[in-house]
Design a protein around this ligand. Structure first.
Ligand code: FPP
Length: 243
């Protein structure tokens, strides 16, 4: 059942989410942090499903940042295990619902078996056209820009590019997912007001919505609230608005 408060004509095309608060959710319940991540994975499932039902075309989730490598080894390993499990358990639903899966980030840093599972899902879903689910893994916005600059510089060195050709469009085309539109809405759960190195280039004009709700409690109803709030905003992209 889709929220009848939502105007299908004014839906964001691309929603990006910083999923924060798994640890605090667990701590409040005297559980270990891993339980928080497990429950967080349930929210991922719920939000992917809700996005498809509502008609969101692009959903991007910040699942593991470059900075997350600094967490204790057991926590990193648990997150990798969860990710692998999620890939396997959700693959059938992605295929059924026409979801194309892709990854952004320095994926080569992930364990080999995780990379393989990701690659399988990317390949098997590559023909789907209903929605694009992007997971940001070993991702950092500054690293993405550094990687884009390195690629462009390489193009100039090899003679394939001239420095005069550098433009915003050219830079966008050298990001991890060249065909991904900029997000219209960025949601951050867990009550913090930070961008945390997420999609730095892409969020120049993105509407930001934050909620104190911890990620494991962020399910369809909370999501619809964020979308309703987005629909109330007037987006001007730097221009003057109407009356
Ligand atoms: C933030 O919570 C969340 C993460 C570091 C990673 C997000 C991971 C998941 C939602 C689970 C698995 C993902 C998939 C795609 C299956 P936190 O640990 O920073 O929370 P805290 O700030 O309360 O400590």
């Amino acid at each position: 059942m889709i929220d009848d408060m939502l105007d299908p004509a004014k839906l964001p095309k691309h929603v990006a989410i910083i999923m924060d608060g798994n640890g605090r959710w667990a701590k409040k319940r005297a559980l270990n942090r891993i339980r928080g991540h497990e429950e967080g994975a349930e929210s991922v499932r719920a939000i992917v499903r809700a996005s498809r039902e509502i008609g969101i075309r692009w959903l991007t989730l910040y699942a593991f940042s470059e900075e997350n490598w600094k967490r204790p080894k057991y926590e990193v390993e648990a997150l990798m295990r969860l990710l692998k499990r999620f890939m396997v358990s959700e693959r059938a639903e992605m295929l059924e619902n026409g979801i194309r899966f892709q990854v952004i980030g320095r994926v080569r840093k992930l364990p080999g078996d995780v990379q393989q599972t990701l690659r399988d899902t990317v390949d098997k879903t590559s023909h789907n056209r209903g929605m694009v689910l992007t997971l940001a893994l070993s991702y950092g916005g500054r690293q993405e820009l550094a990687d884009a600059v390195a690629e462009i510089a390489h193009g100039i060195e090899s003679g394939a590019l001239r420095s005069g050709e550098i433009s915003e469009e050219l830079i966008s085309r050298h990001l991890y997912a060249a065909d991904m539109p900029d997000p219209d809405l960025l949601i951050r759960t867990g009550g913090e007001y930070r961008v945390s190195n997420f999609l730095l280039w892409q969020i120049a004009y993105t509407e930001i919505y934050t909620t104190p709700t911890q990620w494991p409690d962020f399910r369809k109803e909370e999501y619809e609230k964020a979308l309703e709030e987005y629909q109330k905003r007037e987006r001007r992209f730097g221009a003057v608005g109407g009356e």
